[in-house]
Design a protein around this ligand. Structure first.
Ligand code: C2E
Ligand code: MG
Ligand code: MG
Length: 703
């Protein structure tokens, strides 16, 4: 081979190796670019720094004058990190291996985090020649790492219990709240599914449902009950979300638990308050109604009966007004306890408000049970309620209805029990009354009458009839009893037996009685003026009237305004009226007697007939009740009663009059027994004043 040829070959080889080197450099540069790596070299002898373009740009060295030095690179760093780099590079020539450094470089827009690995290049003798560094920006990576770290901290510190599972529900990650809430340690939970961990009887069904919904919607939330470590029920709000990548089946699930026992407790408290009476803790009307509705449905299916007891205290208002509401409240609380103790656990005692209580007695076939409970309640009132320093006595009135006889729905049953309770009150309180259909229509009639009666008082629909009293000895008319009549429009004349009790209960009797009194005095005075000036007039007083504080002035006023001398007015009272409070009654009776009017004891024999008291009352006359007179001819007992009353009257120096004399036989008996006077249909029925005037005229002609 010629020299030339040799030279050519060498050129070609050189060119080829240069080309290979270039290719190699290019591919190295490409690899570095792809990997995001920059590189630099520091010549230790000259201190000259050579950087790849990306290092220049990463450290922002574009404006530094050439040649670059290490301090240019150091100055690019945040001041507090420069020292670290300087020291590391100073130590590096004395050590083997690499130095790994990470530092922050402030940039025009954002701070960068740069990682570099640096090593020393040495000559064959081991003397350090250069520092060689590979540089990579790790800002994004560090941010992502920080984010992950934060997420991890959030995961751990959140109060929600979180478990992450695979697609089959097997848990591979839990936070500490999960262990705390579920009672399963991380160790227990890992590898298990939540359905395996939950041993509550209802859990299996719930999880079947959860998986079904998850399959369709990838999301489920709802309440989950599980068993706590001590066997107690734990209530959680569970949210399950599938972690799904688009178009891929779920690969993971997140199970988040929230403690809702507090919310549940609050809910229970709110429900409790809505359904209970705050003062006594008893069920209120709403809960009572709920229970009654359920009980009625149950009773209907099983052909059972139910009883409703409606209780209202008789004199609670006095206690509240007199001793204050705090005392009243305490009494109600004690009463609530008593009532609850008197019934079985399955019965309901509720407070409707005020002093009204209602009871539901369930499922007994024995209707007597309700009566026994009512008896027990009334019996329990005998024991006083000890409130503070007071021993309080109360009584109550009870109305009873039975389902289904007395009402097939809640409203009717309760309304009828209420009505029966009012009936019990009207019958003298401290008693119970069973509701009956007859009572229902009677009460409706009564209420209608009450309304009509009020109108009657306003429009003066009353009139007074008079019934003569005859002296048995002379046979002459010596007096008249004034008897009120109600001329009810469209219904004709109503007798006092039908409306006086209603007037009495409503208090209307006071006005009616006053009107009758004035009317009777006026009429008597008229008869006196017509010449019948020995005639006495008797007027009935009602219990209410008798209790009126202004009774004496009222009587006085009637006498004054009509001019009738007081000795011709006789007021009829009954035993029950005066026996309620004997001392007060005596005072009133004496005041009346002081006015100069006469007093007579009506219907004698049917009431207390207490002789001791009779002696203390300033009475002038006894009226033997007509029930004795009626049977005087047939019943020996009645005859001896009448005999006794007449003898007693004699010894007490009282006049005696027999009422309700209808037959001549009765009259004969009374004459034989030396009764003073008689009054009855035999002589005359009660008549309007005009007819009495005629009767008096014909009587006068006779005598
Ligand atoms: P009382 O005061 O005992 O009146 C007698 C009642 O017996 C009257 O009934 C009278 O009509 C009735 N009577 C009289 N003779 C006979 C007889 O021979 N046979 C029978 N079976 N009955 C006879 P009346 O008028 O229906 O009054 C009933 C009750 O109503 C009275 O009983 C009295 O308690 C009350 N009353 C009547 N008017 C008034 C009044 O103005 N004020 C008050 N507070 N009560 C009155
Ligand atoms: Mg009378
Ligand atoms: Mg009478």
């Amino acid at each position: 081979m010629s020299r030339e040829q040799q030279g050519d070959r060498q050129d070609i080889a050189l060119k080829q190796s240069q080309e290979a080197l270039l290719r190699c450099q290019a591919s190295l540069a490409r690899a570095r670019k792809l990997a995001g790596l920059g590189c630099w070299e520091l010549d230790l002898a000259s201190g000259e720094l050579t950087c790849s373009a990306d290092v220049v740009s990463l450290y922002g060295l574009e404006d530094c004058p050439a040649p670059l030095s290490l301090s240019d690179m150091e100055n690019a760093l945040l001041p507090e990190e420069r020292e670290v780099m300087t020291q590391a590079f100073e130590r590096l020539p004395q050590t083997e291996g690499m130095v790994s450094l990470e530092h922050r470089v402030p940039g025009p827009e954002r701070e960068r985090i740069i990682h570099q690995l640096t090593e020393v290049e040495r000559d064959p003798g081991g003397r350090p020649l250069r520092l060689v560094g590979a540089v990579r920006e790790v800002t994004g990576l560090r941010r992502a790492e920080r984010k992950l770290e934060l997420l991890g901290q959030v995961f751990e510190s959140t109060s929600e219990g979180i478990a992450v599972s695979d697609g089959e529900g097997r848990i591979f990650m839990v936070n500490s709240a999960f262990s705390h809430l579920s009672g399963h340690s991380e160790q227990d939970a890992l590898g298990q599914s939540l359905s395996q961990l939950n041993t509550h009887p209802q859990a299996a069904k719930l999880f079947t449902q959860i998986w079904e919904v998850l399959g369709q919607e990838g999301y489920w939330q709802g309440e989950m009950v599980s068993q706590g470590p001590d066997g107690q029920d734990l209530e959680h709000w569970l949210t399950v979300s599938a972690i799904q990548r688009p178009q891929e089946p779920a690969t993971n699930y997140v199970w988040a638990l929230r403690d809702i026992s507090e919310i549940k407790r609050n809910e229970e408290q709110i429900t409790y308050l809505a359904y209970h009476d705050a003062l006594t803790g008893l069920p209120n009307r709403m809960l009572f109604n709920d229970r009654l509705n359920i009980a009625m449905a149950h009773a209907q299916r099983n052909k059972l009966t139910l009883a409703i007891l409606f209780l209202d205290l008789d004199n609670f208002k006095n206690i509240n007004d007199g001793l204050g509401h705090a005392t009243g409240d305490q009494l109600l609380q004690q009463l609530a306890e008593r009532l609850t103790d008197l019934v079985r656990d399955e019965d309901t005692v509720a407070r409707l408000g005020g002093d009204e209580f209602i009871m539901l007695l369930e499922g007994k076939r024995d209707p007597q049970y309700s009566v026994r409970v009512a008896d027990r309640i009334l019996e329990s009132f005998k024991k006083p309620f000890a409130v503070g320093e007071n021993d309080l006595h109360v009584t109550g009135s009870i109305g009873i209805t039975i389902f289904p006889e007395d009402g097939e729905d809640l409203e009717t049953l309760v309304a009828n029990a209420d009505m029966a309770m009012y009936r019990a009150k009207a019958q003298g309180r401290n008693s119970y009354t069973m509701f009956t259909k007859a009572m229902n229509s009677k009460i409706k009639k009564r209420m209608a009458m009450e309304g009509a009666l009020r109108k009657a008082v306003e429009q003066e629909e009353f009139t007074v009839f008079y019934q003569p009293k005859v002296e048995l000895g002379s046979g002459g008319v010596v007096g008249m009893e004034a008897l009120v009549r109600w001329l009810r429009p469209d219904e004709g004349m109503v007798s006092p037996g039908d409306f006086i009790p209603v007037a009495e209960e409503t208090g209307l009797i006071v006005d009616i009685g006053q009107w009758v009194l004035a009317q009777a005095c006026r009429q008597a005075q008229q008869w006196h003026e017509q010449g019948y000036d020995k005639l006495h007039i008797s007027v009935n007083l009602s219990p209410r009237q008798f209790q009126q504080k202004d009774l004496v002035p009222t009587v006085h006023g009637s006498l004054n305004s009509t001019g009738l001398p007081p000795q011709f007015l006789e007021l009829e009272v009954t035993e029950s009226m005066v026996m309620n409070d004997v001392d007060d009654a005596i005072i009133t009776l004496e005041e009346l007697a002081d006015l100069g009017v006469e007093l007579s004891m009506d219907d004698f024999g049917v009431g207390y007939s207490n002789l001791y008291y009779l002696k203390r009352f300033p009475m002038n006359t006894l009226k033997i009740d007509k029930s004795f007179v009626q049977d005087i001819t047939s019943e020996p007992d009645d005859r001896s009663i009448v005999d006794t009353i007449i003898n007693m009257s004699r010894s007490l120096k009282l006049k005696v009059i027999a009422e309700g004399v209808e037959t001549n036989e009765q009259l004969k008996f009374l004459k034989d027994l030396e009764c003073d006077q008689m009054q009855g249909f035999l002589f005359s029925r009660p008549l309007p004043p005009e007819e009495i005037t005629q009767l008096l005229a014909s009587e006068a002609r006779l005598h």
